[in-house]
Design a protein around this ligand. Sequence first.
Ligand code: PGA
Length: 248
Amino acid sequence: MRKKIIAGNWKMNKTPSETVSFINELKDKVLGVEGDVVVCPTFVCLKDAVAAAKGTNIKVGAQNIHWADNGAFTGEISGEMLKEIGVDYVIIGHSERRQYFAETDETVNNRLKAALKYELKPIVCVGETLEQREAGTTNTVLETQTVGALKDIPADAVSKMVIAYEPVWAIGTGKTASSTDANDACKFIRSVVEKLYNKEVAENIRIQYGGSVKPANANELFTTTDIDGGLVGGASLKIDDFTAIVKY
Ligand code: PGA
């Protein structure tokens, strides 16, 4: 049985003090929840977030990682830095990074290798745009992105990682993929992993759905066969909504 994982992707929202208040409020509400609960604030909030989450069942994730250990990469953050401050997870290849910051399957793969090197748990995002879905190329896109992300990544690491299926047209738009479509896509990604590795790896890897997850649709999405939780944007910024999603 795969353990569910609900992660809040806060994007460029919440200051350090807002981050700490949110975690302080959230920790009692999610006490005893069985699945993994993760919040991913911005880089400047991570250290405070880790301190606030200490001794709770909330884990902290970053929203990006550079592939180099250090060096002349203005504006970037390395795995070594994230590890030292106690970050557990890292989101890689979010569609906003792909769309606005020239992220490619190759850079996603490089960032994933860095995350694994520093024993950070990666959440790798894949997903098709509206044009790609309408053109009937969803599966081709998902396969290309998954194969590209996992290039030269060993099976044992893939077993433990998380992929987030996030159809671009559903992100921040209020449009959610139907639970059937979302589950089919997650199942398809799992089949790609099985083809690349084996059945056991495919059964172990956790695949989230992301894109306008809210309290009203979380249960339907997360009780399907292949969706192992959610990567939640907008609704993860509101304590009541995020709590309701975590407790779907
Ligand atoms: P959303 O964002 O829940 O606001 O659609 C999801 C995401 O981008 O991870």
